[in-house]
Design a protein around this ligand. Structure first.
Ligand code: IPM
Ligand code: MN
Length: 370
């Protein structure tokens, strides 16, 4: 498949070819040369600023990525509510196919009050999640919850392609007293299991090695049972990883009262959506919450976006905190193999910065440049 990684390899290939020529004459690449090759190969990033504060925070995130010394080649895609109102384009298959050729997608936020709810969300954001098979929504939470003195550090793994988000259901007799609306939740063994496996693999790389399943098995007995069985069967393959189960309502209490109990959480799409807003609220605010929509199989680009929405009420005021977008860009760099730059960005964001949107990003960039 002519995926984004191939595009990168092709670029690197040009360099390799001339190196190989020299190698015949006795030259061998040193680690320095390999580093040089990585640095000269730009990561191709599709940028969708989107609606509201999305474009404002995305520009700042790109500035910080460049300050960290990462070579990126960006292409802007004008998509979102404003574009839809102008010419009806939400995300055509043609544009979607163009996106497939990139190494990653950086997204600001989508959704505008001028367009009915769901049109842009389903047509743009969810279409990308489904069509690019971004089946993991990874949201890290590091912070000190209100009323606590000790920091917590946990990651939510939200299933990102199934559940109630699929759009199963419909409406009958709309607008009449006999209106019927149904909205199902789709859970496949494959979809649930690959998400749970990802969570266990992630926990395996972390110090605490613990995974909590969050669901509502006492009420959603069909879907809950599928999740529970898949979880227990995968857990049996990782005997050294500790496990727990919380109902989602109880998890809401623990997020506030005892967030330290968590290391990796795995949960369904809708529970994960709701819980991660709460995760943001107890970890320094939604202005810091970052997310990665991952295609771990790398059959196409992954997409990175702040957890927050388009916040149309503060557009243009300079009040939007770009940190969530900056930390989302750091997750993008992790996925692109630029871990050192990602770590430097995270370190620069660790201490709070005050100021307007541009001042916060400038201060973070200045810390990185040291
Ligand atoms: C999120 C957002 C989206 C979601 C919306 C904008 C569709 O709230 O990424 O958490 O519900 O997944
Ligand atoms: Mn959400």
């Amino acid at each position: 498949m002519a995926g984004p990684r191939l595009a990168n390899y092709r670029r690197a290939a040009g360099l390799l070819e001339c190196r190989i020529g020299v190698e015949c004459m006795g030259w061998r690449p040193s680690p320095y040369d390999v580093g040089l090759m990585a640095a000269t190969t730009a990561h191709r990033i599709a940028v969708i600023g989107g609606d509201g504060i999305g474009p404002e925070v995305t520009i700042q995130a790109l500035k910080v990525v460049r300050a960290a010394g990462v070579n990126i080649d960006t292409t802007d895609f004008d998509l979102g509510g404003a574009r839809f109102l102008r010419d009806g384009e939400i995300l055509s298959d043609d544009v979607l196919n163009q996106l497939r050729a990139f190494d990653a997608i950086l997204l600001g936020a989508v959704g505008t009050p001028d367009v009915p709810p769901g049109v842009i969300e389903r047509g743009l954001l969810l279409k990308m999640r489904f069509e690019l098979d971004l089946y993991i929504n990874q949201r890290p939470f590091i912070g000190t919850a209100p009323g606590h003195t000790k920091p917590h550090d946990f990651i939510c793994i939200r299933e990102n392609t199934e559940g109630p988000y699929v759009g199963e259901g419909g409406v009958l007799r709309k607008g009449t007293p006999h209106e019927v609306a149904t909205q199902g939740s789709v859970n496949t063994r494959m979809g649930v299991e690959r998400c749970i496996r990802y969570a266990f693999e992630l926990a395996n790389k972390r110090e605490r090695k613990h995974v909590t399943l969050v669901h509502k098995t006492n009420v959603l007995t069909f879907a809950g049972n599928l999740w529970e069985r898949a979880f227990n069967e995968v857990a049996a393959e990782y005997p050294h990883i500790g496990t727990a189960y919380n109902h989602v309502d109880a998890a809401c209490i623990y997020f506030v009262q005892d967030p330290h109990r968590y290391d990796v959480i795995v949960t369904d799409n809708l529970f994960g959506d709701i819980l991660t807003d709460l995760g943001g609220a107890v970890s320094g605010g939604i202005g810091l919450a970052s997310s990665a929509n991952l295609n771990p199989a790398r059959t196409g680009p992954s997409m990175f976006e702040p957890v927050h929405g388009s916040a149309p009420d503060i557009v243009g005021t300079g009040k939007a905190n770009p940190t969530a977008a900056i930390l989302s860009a750091a997750l993008m760099l992790d996925f692109l193999g630029e871990t050192q730059a990602a770590d430097r960005i995270r370190a620069a964001c660790a201490d709070p910065v005050s100021g307007n949107t541009v001042e916060i990003a400038d201060a973070i960039a200045a810390r990185i440049k040291g």
